[in-house]
Design a protein around this ligand. Sequence first.
Ligand code: PLP
Length: 383
Amino acid sequence: MATGPTPVPDFVLSAMTESIYYHRGPAFSQVMKDCRELLPAIFGTKNDVLLFSGTGTLAMEGAIANFFNPGEEVISINAGKFGERWSQQAKIYGLKVHEIFVERGKAVEVAAVEEAIKKNKGNIRGILAHASETSTGVRHNIQKIASLAQQENNCLMCVDGVTSLGGFSVPMDKWGVDVLVGGSQKGFMLPPGLSFGAASAKAWKKSDEVKNVRYYMDWRKERKANAEFSGAFTSVVSLIGGLRSVLKYFHEVGLDNIYKRSWKLTYATRNAFRAMGCELFVKDDSQVSSACTAVMADGPYPKLIREQYGLTMSGGQDELKGKILRIGHIGYLDAWDVLDQLLAFGQVSASQGKPINMEAGLTAFWKTVHSTEDLTPKDLKDA
Ligand code: PLP
């Protein structure tokens, strides 16, 4: 399974086809109303969660355009492709970006963020960080970074939750996250094309002072329309209809159970790779995201796996291309789906002449899957 788009379940596909409503009519208003009620729990907020027509990158850009003025200084954590993207977006909007470049496969040291704040004392207006850096499978300590941001005057903590939402908890209000964005095609089990954004009262206040020209991306317009159970423009009605069915599913299954499942699959996969004799890309168990597990895989693994086993898996991006393979753990999948990928990886590795202890790997995988232990990382247990 790729890290996204993730599989879309049949009940979501049905809901999507059944909800091609007129976007200003009562049936669609009801869909919006239901989403508005159910979405904030996933963001851990009492604030509105807005819906945007466009992918996660649009919501990331919206966070910059709506909450920062050109010339303002921000710290951006670049621990992979998506951290780099947010830095680039901030620079294009004229922000002065203090980028913390993090070695690939590692989470940012909280002390490095503290140091960057100290060095630019009083001037930092925002911190941009990824709850889950999908390109490497790393998870930053958002709780600690947010608490640093909150000690500063007028500093907004902005978090990309594209692959944390639906995978693990990043409780906005409790941790002091000011802006949290997401996208539809990962943990939300939807096709691409819809994105999300929530902002704190502090961020909304700042938004009115921001001078950037905004029209389609003006979050204030969307906020006003969403409050009336509508969108500012023509809403992506089918995706939002699908979203309602996903949110009801989350509600029925329980978010906690969904998060626990992704952690179990994550650590089962890590244990399997270790037992197989493979090298994990993220070495530290406490720094992993439950979105995906990256394993060192030298060669064209995604292509070989697709051609030989018909499975879609994500390789590395940019400098990691041809070096790692990523197995996804979020969305509508279970242990059997992950097992398929492990088997395909093992077979292709063997065909490349690499020694793989498949038996040990599978034993470790099932042992972890069947354990009753809650494998949620300690720092997220009460999140
Ligand atoms: N942020 C993260 C963490 C992602 O994983 C992705 C996509 O994979 C994005 C942002 C960009 O989202 P999109 O490609 O939907 O614009």
